[in-house]
Design a protein around this ligand. Structure first.
Ligand code: B1H
Length: 830
């Protein structure tokens, strides 16, 4: 079984649709066997699937490392600028298939493993899903890392090596419960611990001021506590394996692993307290999405990784260039939201207190080095820290923030700012018990501040940063998000990628915008058939997953209508499930009608403390229970809530979708990136004019996307005038019927009051305008049913979506950042 005839290796691998650059299955098999023997320590005869996974991963890693060293050496020799992407989240998911694909080794690995009787797809499923992020913000960072390696931007990603990533979601009797996710349980073959790369991170203590040689004040921070940040490096390989960048994640270590005094005195637990406290910093990812945690540990995490990263890049800069003054020419620091915004004060501290730079020079250099991306306008999501907390934890930084603020306010006054403008521009929020606004700190310390979609960037100028935009005109710029087509098309949907290659050639693999070559095939009946067959196969695969996880049978011929994303009121999963109930009622009332069979797929995690979101999960599951077993709906409607949504599950769900739900209250979703993944995989979008949906409509054409509901301006106007959900409910009898049913316990007979709160909230306040948009949403769903009845028309639109989504490649986004923020060249791929 093990040493199959070499002839077997010569058999072309038909399963792989992708080009092979360096494929040599025989030598790769030998490498895998060597890893299995000498690194895993297993005889092939007894090796288990996990052993093979590790051996394969290490074999691939060897190949990647060769390119990594070459890239790193090349970058050093060029002496050019590097990008440092600071992010508290990197939602990277699994790395094996993506790495194989980018290295051109997917078919080779499949063949090599097959020759020893191992199925690549089986072992690939065993890889842990690295969920070091919550949702879109963290996944964006992961897509950016891959795109930077692809387009030749020398980059380091800096973040935290959380021991426990985002919690695992269990659905028990329809309720979400959380348990810890342990992605490191089987070790992590991709990372290289760098025990020698460690920095001291201080907390607390006091600032000592003395007089410098020229009479100026010199400040020295004497922290009361120190934690060590230890580097762990993961290579990030770009498309075609041409360049490899580094993801450097910091792990917290105590400088004193044990207090021997306490231990010897018999206090065995107390002997470890300091260590436990220090190491808790990199213990667990905060699971709040779009709402900051606000606890001290979170601030410690933020400062911990920001300080370590700045120390690291300053050390690298000085080692190579000797001169701190050239920092901004050689380093671009991108802050992924405000989570690392303390970088502004920390870099100032390093420049002034350690490198003795003048205030003015230091501030100019800081501003030239740093730029900041805003990801949300939700007022409750804007980070701010109580002044007393910052003063206690980071006393020197608090001084520096005050000093920055004083100068900014002087500048603003000189520019003619009114008192109200001064209050808005100030880094200190005096209105809520004195807090430090991290968005304002990031803004004033950056040369560019960007939003993540055209609409969002415009709203930034009108809302949170209106006055800062007046004082610093031109600083705000837009960089519409993107997604990497390697993971989200090639590896997640090899069937479609293969069909595209056969149809339009390989150009799109290097440049996603070449997908436009598909346009002439949109109406071609032969192509439509093949396109539909790929979609059907993907749906059959998802149907199998649904059957296995939920025991629910769904028909792959039905319309797969999918909403997967974090559970949040503004994303309006509630709108979707209420409309599902309306459809259910309608099917029961009019069984004679020609209904389109639909499968409603939901998945997503709610923050553990987000009660109303958890009730929405329960409602979806309550509805599923009733609908899925009601003989009256004759399989015309199924509802599936898939537990534990993560990157790996997304890779199964997205290629199988017919309809993509992007239905947030307009003005509230900064961009969305799931929307792009679905459309690229040939799903049609039902959505509001929110975030990047607006630009998707512009690209795919208004005829090829289903836009409904209020615009951002209309939402604002209604809120200003006062919402009137009761009038909305009265005006739509179907909605009234749905709310009656939910509120009176039709879907929760054992606990009729269960969803009363949800219904009362909608009836009395409805901040997210669910009742305002219900009628137009519902009407649009019926238009979608009608289109589904004409497969040729549906397919044409789906194909045009694929053809026109190339612009949403994160390669394009990264080129935009490089041109307009970082001042770096990029290379053409291929
Ligand atoms: C986004 C967050 C976020 N915006 C706070 N803001 C967090 C805020 O743990 N926290 O405290 C975590 C995450 N995430 C998302 O970013 C936007 O909602 C999406 O619309 C956008 O597509 C994504 C990437 O830009």
């Amino acid at each position: 079984r093990l040493y199959a005839a070499d002839a077997a290796l010569a058999v072309a691998d038909e399963a792989s649709a992708l080009p092979e650059a360096t494929g040599d299955a025989r030598s790769f098999r030998d490498l895998i066997l060597a890893k299995l023997t000498y690194a895993v320590g297993k005889d092939p005869i007894v090796a288990r699937d996990h052993d093979w996974l590790r051996a394969l991963s290490l074999a691939l890693r060897d190949r990647i490392v060769d390119r990594w060293m070459a890239t790193t050496r090349g970058v050093y020799r060029m002496g050019g600028k590097r990008v440092y992407y600071f992010s508290l989240e990197f939602l990277i998911g699994r790395l094996l298939k993506d790495g194989l694909n980018n290295m051109g080794l997917l078919g080779t690995a499949r063949e090599a493993l097959a020759s020893v009787g191992v199925d690549l797809d089986v072992i690939a499923e065993l890889e842990a899903d690295a969920a070091l992020g919550n949702g879109g913000l963290g996944r964006l960072a992961a897509c950016f890392m891959e795109s930077m390696a692809t387009v030749g931007v020398p980059a380091y990603g800096y973040g935290i090596r959380y021991e426990n990533g985002l919690f695992r979601q269990n659905i028990i009797d329809g309720w979400q419960t959380e348990s810890p996710e342990n992605w490191l349980a089987y070790g992590n073959p991709w990372e290289f611990p760098r025990r020698e790369v460690a920095y001291e991170i201080g907390f607390g203590g006091a600032v000592e001021a003395s007089e410098g040689w020229d009479g100026s004040a010199v400040h020295a921070w004497k922290p009361a506590e120190t934690v060590l940040a230890v580097a762990h490096d993961t290579p990030v390989v770009g498309w075609r394996g041409l360049r490899v960048n580094t993801l450097r994640l910091w792990s917290a270590r105590s400088p004193d692993p044990i207090s021997l005094d306490a231990f010897n005195a018999g206090d065995h637990i107390g002997a470890l307290t300091a260590r436990t406290k220090a190491e808790s910093i990199s213990r667990v990812l905060y699971p709040a999405d779009s709402t900051p945690a606000g606890q001290e540990l979170r601030l410690r995490q933020e400062y911990f990784f920001t300080s370590a990263s700045l120390q690291d890049l300053v050390r690298r800069h000085l080692k190579q260039h000797r001169e701190i003054r050239t920092l901004a020419q050689k380093a671009a620091v991108q802050l992924n939201d405000t989570h690392p915004a303390i970088a502004v004060a920390e870099l100032m501290r390093i420049l002034i207190d350690i490198h003795a730079m003048s205030w003015a020079d230091a501030f100019a250099l800081t501003r030239d080095t740093i730029s900041y991306t805003n990801h949300t306008l939700l007022p409750e999501a804007l980070e701010s820290w109580p002044v007393p907390l910052l003063e206690r934890l980071l006393p020197r930084h608090m001084q520096i923030i005050y000093a920055i603020n004083a100068r900014v306010l002087t500048e603003a006054r000189a520019a003619g700012a009114t008192d109200a403008m001064i209050a808005a521009v100030s880094i200190i929020d005096e209105g809520h018990g004195r807090r430090v606004r991290m968005g304002n700190l990031a803004f004033v310390g950056s040369h560019k501040v960007n939003g993540v979609s055209a609409l969002h960037s415009e709203l930034m100028k009108e809302t949170v940063f209106r006055d800062l935009n007046t004082v610093f005109p031109g600083r705000i710029t837009n960089k519409t998000n993107g997604i990497t087509p390697r993971r989200w098309l090639m590896t997640a949907n090899p069937g479609l990628a293969g069909l595209l290659r056969e149809t339009i050639g390989e150009g799109f693999l290097d440049d996603a915008e070449k997908l436009v070559a598909l346009e002439p095939f949109a109406r071609d009946p032969g192509f439509q058939e093949r396109f539909a067959a790929v979609k059907h196969a993907n749906k059959a695969r998802l149907a199998k997953t649904i059957q296995q996880t939920l025991g629910l049978r769904v028909d792959p011929a039905a319309l797969f209508d999918v909403q997967v994303k974090r559970m949040h009121e503004y994303k309006r999963q509630l709108l979707n499930i209420l409309e599902t109930i309306a459809l259910y009622n309608a099917i029961r009332t009019h069984p004679e009608k020609d209904w389109v069979p639909r499968v409603k797929v939901f998945a997503g995690k709610a923050a553990a403390s987000y009660t109303s979101a958890k009730y929405i999960i329960k409602l979806i599951n309550d509805v599923a229970k009733m609908v899925n077993t009601d003989p009256a709906v004759r399989n015309l409607l199924k509802v599936a809530f898939l537990p534990n949504y993560n990157v790996s599950l997304a890779e199964v769900i997205i290629p199988a979708a017919d309809l993509s739900e992007q239905i947030s209250t307009a003005g509230m979703e900064a961009s969305g990136t799931g929307n792009m993944k679905f459309a690229l995989n040939g799903a049609l979008t039902i959505g509001t004019l929110d975030g990047a949906n607006v630009e998707m409509r512009d690209h795919v054409g208004a005829d090829n996307i289903f836009i409904f509901g209020l615009t951002a301006a209309e939402v604002e106007a209604r809120r200003a005038k006062g919402l009137n959900p009761r009038a909305n409910i009265e005006a739509d009898p179907a909605l009234a019927e749905v709310l009656d049913a939910v509120g009176s316990g039709v879907f929760s007979p054992a606990d009729p009051q269960r969803h009363r709160g949800t219904v009362d909230n909608l009836t009395n306040s409805d901040w997210f305008l669910v009742t305002d948009d219900f009628t137009s949403y519902s009407a649009m769903q019926r238009r979608i049913d009608a289109l589904w009845g004409t497969p040729a028309a549906w397919r044409e639109k789906a194909i045009l979506n694929v053809a026109r989504m190339g612009w949403f490649s994160s390669d394009r986004t990264i080129r935009d950042y490089s041109d307009e923020i970082w001042g770096l060249p990029t290379v053409k791929v291929g």
